[in-house]
Write a protein that binds this ligand. Structure first.
Ligand code: NAD
Ligand code: DAU
Length: 351
């Protein structure tokens, strides 16, 4: 089987690529990525020489390029993770999100349909990786997002992801395209670009800079270790029902301030600083516009139907994450300095 994985140089994509390359030596894995600021081939150094792995640089929003790629490579399946993924960036530049998340997704749907429909769809899968943010915002009650929760996206990012989810389902209902979807909660772990809360906080604590907490820090997110998201994607890809959606979460809700305080304590412990040192760097700043209050995912469908469950507790996952960032100072320095972007621009000039 030849699988095209989009966005494989990003945070979650790199963990999915590694899992598939190592676990399925008989599959050919093509990683298609535009290497935006969030894409980093350093994330995949350990698998880049594997005989069943190839990287292709390209933009999913470029229809001619995508059509040509599908005609040339004839992938049997697609796992689509490429996206603009940061809510704050979507507030300042929404059009980039429309281009990649909406137009890019429709380009992939069209290319898959054109390639697969003539010979019949049997044996093909278009798997779209999405987010819990499409469901909107919960209050502090016991309610959780299920696969049946009505969509209510409220940021340009979540609106673009909701739109892409609708297009994926429309291609299934209208053209019969064999699709699967999953909607996941907040991921954390190694290789996370340090503009998102957890890696940003670790980077700033490590360098003695203030850690910005939006508003009062009351907002709640449900955190899942990225390697557990990758195993969930593996389970849905291989065993999920065609046409179905699976919610994936960590059953692990944290208020932002409590999470940052915990992270400060873990960093103090690991760096041998006195207790309370890092907490002094917490700084309350202006809230995010339209900041969703709470996300919480009900993962019972994937757990009951596919037998998936998270493999680590939050304490274990957070400890592994802090260890990884402390041991990979060079990675953090290069992504925060833009050095790898300069490298990518030179390395892939004209490609
Ligand atoms: P990321 O921003 O770390 O990585 C995105 C990758 O997509 C990068 O490698 C980037 O270069 C690539 N990309 C961006 N635009 C592209 C384009 N036009 N053409 C080709 N490649 C392009 O994102 P992530 O956090 O790894 O998220 C991956 C997917 O999972 C996204 O679809 C996101 O919506 C979804 N998701 C993320 C989370 C999370 O907590 N990070 C949670 C649930 C779902
Ligand atoms: O829920 C899944 C989503 O999780 C994914 O679809 C997105 O791609 C991913 O970026 C993430 O979105 P969030 O907006 O929840 O993640 P972020 O790390 O940006 O913020 C987490 C929470 O922390 C949120 O309530 C905003 C807050 N925050 C964030 C930053 C960057 C702060 O308080 N300070 C910060 O500096």
């Amino acid at each position: 089987m030849k699988i095209l994985i989009t966005g494989g140089a990003g945070f979650i994509g790199s963990h999915v690529v590694r899992l598939f390359v190592m676990k399925y030596p008989n599959y050919q894995i093509i990683n298609l990525d535009a290497l935006t600021y969030a894409g980093n081939l350093e994330n995949l150094r350990d698998v880049e020489g594997a005989p069943n792995y190839r990287f292709v640089k390209g933009d999913i929003a470029d229809q001619a390029f995508i059509d040509e790629l599908f005609a040339r490579e004839e992938p049997d399946a697609v796992i689509h993770l490429a996206a603009e993924s940061h809510v704050d960036r979507s507030i300042t530049d929404p059009m980039a999100f429309v281009k990649t998340n909406v137009i890019g997704t429709v380009n992939l749907l069209n290319a898959a349909r054109n390639l697969w429909q003539p010979g019949g769809y049997a044996g093909h899968t278009f798997y779209h990786v999405s987010t819990d943010e499409v469901y909107g915002s919960l209050d502090f009650g016991p309610e959780m997002f299920t696969e049946d929760t009505a969509y209510d996206p409220r940021s340009p990012y979540s609106a673009s992801k909701a739109s892409s989810d609708h297009f994926v389902r429309a291609w299934h209902h209208t053209y019969g395209l064999p699709i699967k979807l999953s909607n996941c909660s907040n991921n954390y772990g190694p290789n996370h670009f340090p503009e998102k809360l957890i890696p940003l906080a670790i980077h700033r604590l490590r360098t003695g800079q203030p850690v910005p907490v939006y508003g009062k820090g009351e907002n709640v997110r449900d955190w899942l270790f990225v390697k557990d998201h990758a195993t969930a994607i593996d389970a849905v890809f291989h065993n999920g029902k065609l046409g179905d959606t699976y919610n994936i979460g960590g059953v692990n809700e944290w208020q932002n301030l409590k999470l940052i305080e915990l992270l400060c304590d873990v960093v103090d412990e690991k760096t041998g600083q006195g207790p309370g040192t890092s907490r002094r760097l917490i700084k309350f700043v202006t809230d995010r516009a339209g900041h969703d209050m709470r996300y919480a995912i009900d993962s019972s469908k994937i757990m009951n139907e596919l037998g998936w469950k998270p493999s680590v507790t939050f304490e274990q996952g957070l400890a592994q994450t802090v260890d990884w960032y402390l041991a990979n100072e060079e990675w953090l320095n290069s992504v925060t300095s833009g050095a790898y972007q300069d490298y990518n621009t030179k390395q892939y000039a004209g490609r």
